[in-house]
Design a protein around this ligand. Structure first.
Ligand SMILES: Nc1ncnc2c1ncn2[C@@H]1O[C@H](COP(=O)(O)OP(=O)(O)OP(=O)(O)O)[C@@H](O)[C@H]1O
Ligand SMILES: Cc1ncc(COP(=O)(O)O)c(N)n1
Length: 270
C-alpha cells in the first residue's frame, strides 16, 4: 500500500473523448507527477484530433456536488480549472474556491480549442475576469486568451509585457502568457509576470503538428507541482520542462492534431 499522504490535486474541467486535452490530459499529467488526481467534470465534449462535434454541460449543482464530495472526504492540495463553458459554472466554481482556506489555484482560462471550437461562451468572459481570475494563484492564458483578457493585440515582446501587466491587474498574482501561438523568435517562449519582473521560460521548440492538450497539461503540471510543495515560479518552470518533454513524444494518432505523449517521458527514464 502507498502511504496515505500522497499529494492530491483536483481538476475542474471538461472531458475530451479523444483523450488529449481536458480532464484526461490533467489526470495523466497528475499521475506522471505521482499526484493523485480528482475531478469535478463541467461538461462532456465529443471530440477527436480533428474537432469538437458536440458539447453537453453539466448543471452547476452537479459541478458543486463533485467538488464537495472530493473536498469533504479526500481533500486536495491544489486545484486547476480548465474548460468551464458558461457563466453559471464559473459562478459556482468561484463560490466553491472562495470558501476554501488557503487554496493553491491554477486558472487556465480556456476559451477556444486548437481546432477552433468555442469552449467558453462569449458572455462568460466577464465572469471569468471578475469572479474567477482574482481567486487564482497562477493564471495561464495563451496568446488569444491574453489578447481577450487584456484588450491588447499581441505582435511584439513589448505587447506581451503590456498584456501581462494588464492581466495582472485583474487580481491574479502570477501570470504566465504561453508562447505556443507566437511566431519568429518568440515561438515557444512563455512569459511569467509576478507584478515586479517579467521572466522568460524557455526550453526548445519541438517540430511537431501533434500539440493537442499542451495548455491543459501545462496548467495541470503547475497544479501538480504546487501540490508537491514547489513555489509558483518553480512549479511553472518544472511544468514547462514536462510539456516540452511530452511534446517530444507526441502521438501521431487520428487524422488531425494528435495529443502530446503524457506518460512517454517515463518510458525514456526506464
Ligand atoms: N511546438 C512546441 N514546442 C515547444 N513548446 C511548445 C510547442 N507548442 C506549444 N508549446 C508550449 O506548450 C505550452 C502550452 O502553450 P500553448 O500556447 O500551446 O497553449 P494553449 O494554446 O492553451 O495549448 P492547447 O490549446 O494546445 O491546449 C507552453 O509552454 C508553450 O510554450
Ligand atoms: C475538454 C477540453 N478542454 C480543453 C481543451 C483545449 O485544448 P486544445 O486547445 O488543445 O484543443 C479542449 N480541446 N477540450
Amino acid at each position: 500500500m502507498l502511504p496515505g499522504n500522497i499529494p492530491v490535486a483536483l481538476t475542474i474541467a471538461g472531458s475530451d473523448s479523444g483523450g488529449g486535452a481536458g480532464i484526461q490530459a490533467d489526470l495523466k499529467t497528475f499521475a506522471f507527477h505521482r499526484v493523485h488526481g480528482t475531478v469535478a467534470l463541467t461538461c462532456v465534449t465529443a471530440q477527436n484530433t480533428q474537432g469538437v462535434t458536440r458539447v453537453d454541460a453539466l448543471t452547476p449543482e452537479a459541478v458543486m456536488a463533485q467538488i464537495e464530495a472530493v473536498q469533504t472526504d479526500i481533500g486536495f492540495d491544489s486545484l486547476k480549472t480548465g474548460m468551464l463553458l458558461n457563466a453559471e459554472i464559473i459562478d459556482t466554481v468561484s463560490q466553491a474556491i472562495a470558501a476554501l482556506p488557503n487554496p493553491k489555484v491554477v486558472v487556465d482560462p480556456v476559451m477556444v480549442s486548437r481546432t477552433g471550437a468555442i469552449l467558453l461562451e462569449a458572455e462568460a468572459i466577464a465572469a471569468m475576469q471578475t469572479q474567477l481570475i482574482p481567486l487564482g494563484q497562477v493564471l495561464t492564458p495563451n496568446r488569444y486568451e491574453a489578447e481577450i483578457l487584456s484588450g491588447i493585440s499581441i505582435h511584439s515582446e513589448a505587447d506581451i509585457h503590456q498584456a501581462a501587466q494588464a492581466i495582472f491587474r485583474l487580481g491574479c498574482p502570477h501570470v504566465l502568457i504561453k508562447g505556443g501561438g507566437f511566431s519568429g523568435e518568440l515561438r515557444g517562449i512563455d512569459f511569467w509576470y509576478d507584478g515586479e519582473r517579467i521572466l522568460k521560460l524557455q526550453t526548445h521548440w519541438v517540430n511537431t503538428p501533434h500539440t493537442h492538450g499542451t495548455g491543459c497539461s501545462l496548467s495541470a503540471a503547475i497544479a501538480a507541482n504546487l501540490a508537491l510543495g514547489y513555489a509558483p515560479g518553480d512549479a511553472a518552470q518544472r511544468a514547462k520542462d514536462y510539456v516540452t518533454c511530452a511534446l517530444g513524444s507526441a502521438l501521431s494518432i487520428g487524422q488531425g492534431q494528435g495529443p502530446i505523449g503524457h506518460w512517454y517521458p517515463l518510458l525514456k527514464q526506464g
